[in-house]
Design a protein around this ligand. Sequence first.
Ligand SMILES: Cc1cc2nc3c(=O)[nH]c(=O)nc-3n(C[C@H](O)[C@H](O)[C@H](O)COP(=O)(O)O)c2cc1C
Length: 178
Amino acid sequence: METIDAILTRRSVRQFDNTKEIRREDLEEIIKAAQYAPSAHNMQPWEFLVVTDKEQMAQLRHVQPWTSFAKEASAVILVCGNVNQSFSRHKEDETWNYSDIDCSLATENLLLAAHAKGIGACFCGAAPMPKVISGLQEMFALPDYIRPLAIVILGYPKTEPKQPDNRFKPEKIHWEKW
Ligand SMILES: Cc1cc2nc3c(=O)[nH]c(=O)nc-3n(C[C@H](O)[C@H](O)[C@H](O)COP(=O)(O)O)c2cc1C
């Protein structure tokens, strides 16, 4: 699939063919694509927790209510950032880190790679919602320096996802001046 086609035709998929599982090699390949994302100072602070246990996937809705369709999924990938490994600053006048941004870029790569393989996926939010972060940390016994950014729910699509209306808004481009 051409890159531009993949970008323009990717859709969030929330209905899955629950008779078809995603092969481990395919999960590994789409995570590989995620790991090729750009990251601040090339710190690559991401970690990926792969969940295929149906009961655990069904339980996710108690931590993040907009993930109820995970019960029909083939796999969930929790994209997390290691905040100790991300490009960051901890000074009196400045405290920041790039973990969420780096993990967001990795997640978009992951979504596009899944789509290129005919696998449906949906980005479900974790950070910056404090209750979701702590709920996931507890559910999966994550160390406190591991910050979940996205709950990506994956499976083979049950139906062809509907294409969006034209999203191109030329008025959002500010040529040379605002
Ligand atoms: C940060 C973020 C959080 C999201 N959280 C959820 C979610 O919790 N549940 C869900 O079903 N979709 C979630 N989505 C998917 C969006 O609803 C979806 O991307 C948007 O409606 C555009 O549709 P598309 O992905 O098909 O282009 C999230 C997307 C982003 C980027």
